[in-house]
Unconditional design. Structure first.
Length: 348
């Protein structure tokens, strides 16, 4: 692997006490190209622009996928990456759906660890702070014919960040727009999934909401996701979350939470949750909490549900299930307790 280091780090110019999410980037990035049917040598180089032709394929046809993951400053001062192999596997599932070549494991894992090792001073301390990691793949051929690209670029960026959401979230149940459909790309982290969500999300925000609760494409009767997060709720003492399908992203935070709850013998049910069932439980005060879960947001309590002309308040208990799983995940990530699942990969 070729490594080109910066002459002078920018780290002293960064205010680590005021980190917005995803706007500050470390000194270096990893880049690797796929040309003539094979991946080349990965290179770590100073963070900066990537030369791009106006005919770059991804700009015209959206053939691009990405991942989101995090590294944490542990209690002993070391740096650990949370479940990177799960992100590697999901990236390649997304790539397959978008007709993008699979990234070899040695390029992804070795490149990621070397990059984080090189910029490990950028991993912030603080309970709500982390190093957000953005691997992505895009089509780089220079032609505008409507067919798959012949060349691709794999890149990893690092961004020291604060929390994605501060405080609880107010959500609107969406009944017009859809995030995904059967047979589509909803299960993949395709760039277009997120771009297409911006408009209905903006409409909801203009109406006073933080995010959307996406519903199914057929008749908007099933709860699916919460904005860019998987969604969960506790109804009648049971942790509920929609089952995975080709419409729902297989969240790594979601999977981690389910593992923790099952190991702690908490009642869990994955399966359909109708809008009517959720609203009835909320009105009858059988909904004890509701939250979004994802890499960027981690755990985001939902305080209000908007449905048509109705606004329903949802409890956000300080000692509820969301608080328990958030603390458990944080303790594992920060090395304060044993990691029984071997989720953390230390950067040494």
């Amino acid at each position: 692997m070729k490594i080109l280091r910066v002459n002078q780090s920018r780290i002293d110019s960064i205010d680590f006490s005021n980190l917005p999410f995803g706007k500050v980037f470390t000194d270096h990035m990893l880049i690797c190209s796929f040309e003539n049917g094979q991946w080349g040598e990965p290179e770590i180089r100073p963070f900066g622009p990537i030369p791009m032709s106006p005919a770059t394929h991804a700009l015209h046809y959206g053939q691009a996928v990405f991942e989101g993951m995090k590294a944490y400053r542990k209690s002993d001062g070391k740096v650990g990456i949370f479940r990177p192999e799960a992100n590697f596997n999901r990236l390649n599932r997304s790539a397959e759906r978008m007709t993008i070549p699979q990234v070899p494991k040695e390029i992804f894992m070795d490149g990621l660890i070397e990059l984080v090792r090189l910029d490990q001073k950028w991993v912030p301390e603080g309970e709500e702070l982390s190093l957000y990691i953005r691997p992505f793949l895009y089509a780089s051929s220079e032609f505008i014919a409507a067919r798959p690209s012949e060349s691709y670029v794999f890149c990893i960026l690092l961004s020291p960040s604060g929390p994605y959401y501060s405080g609880s979230v107010k959500v609107k149940i969406e009944e017009k727009y859809v995030r995904s459909a059967d047979g589509g790309v909803g299960f993949a982290k395709a760039a277009g999934n997120y771009g297409a969500a911006f408009y209905p999300t903006r409409l909801a925000q203009e109406a006073g909401y933080t995010q959307i609760i996406w519903t199914d494409h057929k008749n908007h009767s099933l709860i699916e996701e919460s904005g860019t997060m998987n969604v969960a709720m506790v109804i009648d003492g049971v942790f509920r979350t929609p089952a995975l399908s080709d419409r729902i992203l297989a969240g790594i935070t979601r999977d981690s939470i389910l593992t923790i709850l099952r190991d702690n013998k908490f009642p869990v049910k994955e399966g359909p949750i109708t809008v009517d069932e959720l609203l009835t439980a909320a009105r009858e005060q059988r909904l004890s909490e509701m939250f979004g879960m994802g890499t960027a947001a981690v755990i985001s309590p939902i305080s209000h549900i908007g449905y048509r002309d109705e606004l329903i308040e949802v409890p956000t208990p300080k000692d509820g299930i969301s608080a328990f799983v958030k603390k458990t995940l944080s303790d594992i990530r920060r090395g304060r307790v044993e990691d029984p699942y071997s989720w953390m990969v230390d950067v040494i």
